[in-house]
Design a protein around this ligand. Structure first.
Ligand SMILES: [Fe+2]
Ligand SMILES: [Fe+2]
Length: 186
């Protein structure tokens, strides 16, 4: 799929602010792909479509999770997590992208998972550090991303888990597994 065509599609389904966030993710993801040797075209398409399902009604997402046999345990966690796996499904069905690496970049951009591929790490990290993001700890992750992608993914995951613990929120198992997996590797 042509990148400009993809940008036009995503612009039509996202509000302005989320579209600008998406452009930031595309920029950050391309920089990471250049640095770490990822496939630029796959990374770019995955970044463009990563939030494709973000504004789908919760009930539509719930139905897709059930009917398409996406992980059932998603239903017991915050609906904020649903747009990633549902997005991967809808981007395949509605946009016609079938490349598994592109789709998995979308699928795991919120929770992470153990043994992420390079494309998955890039999208996960780009979503966290893109230039419009401003929150405590983001600069530390940006600096780590310049040096070591695994350390950056680990730090972003630690920050996310800490943030969730402080809110007394649930932590999705894939996120804990991402943390354990990277601790084991470091
Ligand atoms: Fe997202
Ligand atoms: Fe995002």
């Amino acid at each position: 799929m042509d990148v400009n065509q993809a940008i036009d599609i995503i612009k039509s389904v996202l509000p302005e602010k989320r579209f600008l966030h998406t452009l930031g993710v595309v920029k950050a993801a391309k920089q990471l792909a250049n640095k770490y040797g990822g496939d630029i075209n796959k990374v770019e398409l995955s970044a463009i479509f990563h939030d494709y399902a973000k504004y789908r009604p919760v009930e539509e997402m719930r139905q897709i999770i059930i009917e398409q046999q996406l992980p059932k345990q998603l239903l017991n966690f915050h609906t904020e997590l649903w747009h990633a796996p549902v997005g991967a499904y809808l981007v395949e069905r509605e946009i016609g992208i079938t490349d598994v690496e592109i789709l998995n970049g979308i699928r795991y951009h919120t929770t992470g998972r153990p043994n992420m591929t390079l494309v998955e790490k890039i999208i996960y990290l780009a979503d966290y550090i893109e230039p419009n993001r401003q929150f405590p700890g983001v600069d530390e992750v940006r600096q780590l991303a310049e040096k070591n992608i695994n350390q950056a993914v680990l730090q972003a995951t630690k920050n996310t888990i800490q943030f969730l613990l402080e809110k007394n929120s649930l932590v999705y198992p894939d996120t804990i597994d991402t943390y354990n997996n990277l601790i084991n590797k470091s």
